[in-house]
Design a protein around this ligand. Structure first.
Ligand SMILES: Cc1ncc(COP(=O)(O)O)c(C=O)c1O
Length: 423
């Protein structure tokens, strides 16, 4: 059986597939695995109770339940949910949006598949454009969306060293070149993998650059505001007609419901609606149906700010203490954790690649993600790319603590082996 180029790409192995398979085999296999690699959100009892109650209400309402299972939603998504969300964003966020500015997708990953293809590739008169990622490391899930085509151009950041143990990336505006070959600027905020929250000034600058160059600003807010708002410093939540904001229900605790939300100019929403119809007729109905009432009464924002954010804030503090203890005098720095559900660890001068470290850790029952997968669109041979790993602190505390201890042991072993070799 011969596959097309597309088929060959799909079967050639991709980072995001390995990640999803790692998670699945760890969850379903018999070996004990500490799952510090995946992006699954934490099971937060108060949030779970909220969603369970919403599901009970839905099941009890015969007509709504029958409609949920028995009818397709429109290609743009569930009308009642979209109306409720537009009202929420207008009244609580002060955004100038209406239902015509919102579309539902089968998860943010599907949103990016459409959006990145809308703004990169072939344009009229033979022009070719790419998506500019102003700061890499950036989300691993973007990397293979081009199915073998390189859709991205990314830049290394500047690094601010903070005290003994931390550092923070900043956009290096002096290097950014926004030529005619850039179709859109895209960032995740908070950033997966680093937990970086670009400052309001950085965001305002990127917004201004995209307006000046007549290209959209794609803001991936899978962890950000207005929900689930896993953002620890004060940060603006703004929207304008040139911004394409991507939200998701996943990090609220509902990744299995595969619901993404795009807030954008009407022309973009019409294109996303057409893509939904062509690829899947309509987006899934369950996510919007489950949280519809919470959007209408605003409790989705309260759940985010009063339950979800404080939960992760507590967990990250604990995880930083464990990392500090496990790393001792090793040259380990943590990217200041400002949001999302990850710690990004940098081992300066690590004598093995982060991929080799990943393999050694997997053999010891700890799943992490090697840093080098988080640099889509970067050709720059920067050693830093091989010196970092991402760990999630969202899983049960015992696994996270013992996983971090094992990481400390394996990193120490790597440095010691090197010291013995060079002695
Ligand atoms: C930054 C970022 N964007 C998008 C996604 C995709 O989320 P979804 O589950 O809505 O497809 C993720 C998932 O981990 C993510 O980390």
């Amino acid at each position: 059986m011969d596959f097309s180029t597309f088929g060959n790409f799909l079967t050639s192995g991709s980072g995001i597939l390995t990640l999803m398979e790692d998670i699945d085999s760890a969850l379903t296999g018999s070996a004990e695995m500490r799952l510090l690699g995946g992006g699954n959100p934490a099971r937060i009892p108060q949030a779970q109770k909220f969603f369970r109650n919403a599901m009970v209400d839905l099941l009890a309402d015969g007509e709504r339940f029958e409609r949920l299972c028995g009818d397709y939603d429109g290609a743009r998504g569930n009308t009642r949910f979209i109306d409720g969300l537009a009202t929420l964003l207008r009244t609580r966020g002060g955004w100038d949006v209406g239902p015509q500015n919102i579309a539902i997708t089968n998860g943010s990953q599907s949103s990016f598949n459409v959006l990145f293809h809308l703004f990169s590739g072939e344009f009229s008169q033979g022009k070719k454009r790419k998506i500019l990622l102003p700061l890499a490391p950036e989300y691993i899930g973007y990397a293979d969306i081009g199915m073998g085509e390189e859709l991205f151009h990314s830049y290394r950041p500047t690094i601010e060293i903070r005290g003994e143990r931390e550092f923070k990336y900043h956009v290096d505006f002096d290097r950014l070149d926004i030529s005619d070959e850039v179709g859109a600027i895209a960032v995740s905020r908070p950033t997966n993998p680093t937990g970086n929250v670009l400052t309001d000034t950085e965001v305002a600058h990127l917004r201004e650059l995209s307006i000046r160059h007549g290209i959209p600003f794609i803001l991936d807010s899978a962890y950000g505001g207005p929900f689930p708002n896993i953002v620890f410093p004060e940060a603006d939540n703004l929207w304008d007609g040139n911004t394409i904001l991507c939200l998701s229900l996943s990090k609220l605790g509902l990744p299995g419901l595969r619901t993404g939300i795009i807030v954008a100019d009407e022309k973009v929403i019409r294109a996303v609606t057409a893509a939904n119809a062509i690829v899947s007729l309509a987006p899934g109905s369950t996510g919007p149906a489950l949280v519809c009432a919470m959007v209408e009464d605003g409790s989705i924002l309260d759940l985010s700010d009063q339950v979800i954010r404080p939960y992760y804030q507590e967990r990250v503090k604990q995880a930083v203490v464990w990392v500090t203890a496990a790393m001792g005098n090793l040259p380990c720095r943590i990217h200041t954790p400002e949001g999302a559900i990850f710690l990004w660890l940098w081992f300066e001068g690590l004598p093995i690649t982060s991929e080799e470290l990943y393999t050694r850790l997997k053999q010891r029952g700890v799943l992490v993600i090697a840093g080098e997968h988080f640099f889509p669109g970067m050709n720059d041979p920067w050693t830093h790319r091989h010196e970092c790993i991402r760990i999630s602190y969202a899983q049960d505390s015992k696994s996270v603590q013992s996983g971090i201890a094992i990481i400390g042991e394996e990193v120490a072993r790597a440095y010691n082996e090197d010291a013995c070799r060079t002695a």
